[in-house]
Ligand binder design. Structure first.
Ligand code: ZN
Length: 157
């Protein structure tokens, strides 16, 4: 029992270090800088709430959770390519879900301990827009589930 606990602690520690390293690396990628007023004007209230205030749309309501055309899902804030339709799958969560990002540097991961939960927030590396969270319960080949708000995405064929 004891060694089992130690293994869990070791795994959690490795996971945390990994997240921290990625965060530091991708922090340097931020390129788009706008004021709050500029963002509200450009995005409208719903997208502003999700992208800039880390809001969450209700599940099964977004325009992309059941969307299965071929193309790329880009950041609704700045247009950066984030996910390919080839990595999209139905996770049953009610939010668009992907098992990997289009490019490891496109997304930054940040530890999020809000709402009494320990989660990893995902943000656009270019504009810092909030996308959703990533969970280690996705399908092969990565085992990850990038759970993203439709409002944070802009699909391009
Ligand atoms: Zn962006």
């Amino acid at each position: 029992m004891k060694s089992h606990n130690l293994l869990i602690i070791a795994l959690l520690t490795a996971f945390t270090f990994n997240v921290t390293a990625q965060t530091n690396e991708s922090n340097m990628k931020t390129k788009v800088n706008k004021t709050e007023d500029e963002w509200v004007e450009e995005l409208g209230e719903e997208k502003f709430y999700i992208l800039r205030e880390c809001g969450t749309e209700p599940p099964f309501t977004g325009k992309y959770y059941k969307h299965d055309e071929k193309g790329s899902y880009n950041c609704a804030g700045c247009g950066a390519m984030l996910f390919s339709s080839t990595s999209k799958y139905d996770s049953g969560s009610g939010w668009p879900s992907f098992y990997e990002s289009i490019d490891k540097t496109a997304i930054k991961e940040i530890e999020d301990n809000s709402l009494g939960m320990s989660r990893v927030e995902i943000k656009c590396a270019s504009c810092d827009g909030h996308l959703g969270h990533v969970f280690p319960d996705g399908p092969a080949p990565t085992g990850m589930r990038y759970c993203v708000n439709s409002a944070s995405l802009d699909f391009k064929k």
